[in-house]
Design a protein around this ligand. Structure first.
Ligand SMILES: [Zn+2]
Length: 353
């Protein structure tokens, strides 16, 4: 059998893709909750979540749902009803104990085995207030738990931590918080780019104090749903969880085609399980499928070419897609286009900047 250069490289890339997928060890997540508050597993999750202050059309309320993961904030009335346009990328966990002045006393513990990679001890250094990031290796790319609004941090960067090990104290540092609303904001994230600083310098005039561990570079997955899924099935992996259908936060919402500039996107090198559909002969672009949260779900080679990133599929909606995608795409029905913030987002996730 004669193999030309193109089919040889096709075979080679298929083999590499295959070996990347099969060599990944699937460690158990071993997830634990970060505080003594376990009500997420109860029939009354309202006691797990800290409320938000809502003022909608002149009516003030304190809905606990504002503390849940997902599109749970910033209501907007549309012709098709009320939609929630702001994405909360984590969960806000209520304190279990307070001192006589009302300060929270809860210990914050690592949610899984890992290594502390970042601490920000300046309460005014970020909207997160004092926060820290722990890296977890479960055999399918790096994941990062992020703990925000802390009163104090007791672990140091580089330190290895075990699941359940105290690493901080709950507080209410950061913007827009008061003592009554003290809580832990917890995220579990994918990292978008190792070259975040370069991208940041192009688009922002302010100083980035957080290196690659800026919240802008971390995409929070539906951690609440992951906890509940993991409780029922402790062998679930994060890719397995994301592949599960039937959840509006993890199902495909739009697909963006981007010019192919290298043999593999950085995000696919980091998360090989994103590669779907195998290699394609003569591929000219990548099709990246996103959940409405912006979490990438799949990257496929396409033989169609594009000059610039373009939305090639969107889940039909009667209301503007911008409401459901943190304004990354706009349009209605079954058409959509990238907004300027959506274009910047695609730049960061594809490394095209
Ligand atoms: Zn929060």
């Amino acid at each position: 059998m004669a193999l030309n250069k193109a089919s040889l490289s096709y075979l080679l890339s298929s083999f590499l893709l295959f070996s990347a997928v099969t060599s990944a060890k699937a460690d158990r997540l071993g997830l634990l909750l970060p505080t003594d508050n376990k009500a997420i597993f109860s029939s009354n999750p309202s006691s797990f979540y800290m409320y938000t202050d809502r003022n909608f059309e002149g009516v003030k309320s304190k809905p606990w749902q504002g503390g849940t993961y997902g599109f749970s904030r910033n209501q907007k009335r549309t012709s098709l009803g009320i939609v929630y346009t702001r994405l909360h990328e984590g969960v806000d966990i209520k304190p279990m104990r307070r001192d006589s002045a009302g300060n929270p006393l809860d210990d914050i513990r690592a949610i899984a085995d890992g290594q502390v990679v970042y601490t920000q001890k300046d309460s005014r250094g970020s909207n997160y207030g004092q926060y820290m990031v722990v890296h977890h290796d479960w055999g399918n790319g790096p994941f990062f738990s992020l703990y925000a609004h802390l009163a104090s941090i007791s672990a140091v960067p580089g330190q290895r931590v075990r699941a359940g090990q105290p690493i901080a104290k709950m507080g209410y540092t950061g913007s827009g918080l008061n003592r009554e609303r003290a809580h832990l904001h917890l995220e579990l994230c994918l990292l978008m780019s190792d070259r975040f600083q370069n991208w940041y310098d192009i688009h922002y005039k302010t100083t980035n104090n957080h290196g690659i561990y800026s919240g802008i570079n971390l995409l929070g997955i539906d951690i609440a749903n992951l906890y509940v899924t993991h409780q029922a099935n402790s062998s679930i992996s994060v890719p397995g969880f994301l592949a599960k259908s039937g959840n509006s936060n993890t199902e495909p919402y739009y697909k963006v085609r981007v010019p192919k500039k290298s043999s593999k996107l950085e995000i696919v090198r980091r998360y090989p399980w994103l590669a779907k559909g195998g290699a394609k002969f003569g591929a000219k672009s990548w099709d990246i499928t996103f959940a409405r949260t912006g979490i990438p779900l799949a990257v496929e080679a396409s033989s169609s070419s594009v000059q610039f990133p373009a939305v090639v599929w969107v889940k039909p909606s009667g209301t503007n897609h911008s409401y459901h995608t943190v304004s990354r795409i706009s349009g209605t029905g079954s058409t959509a286009e990238l907004t300027s913030s959506g274009s910047r987002f695609i730049q960061l996730i594809t490394g095209a900047f």
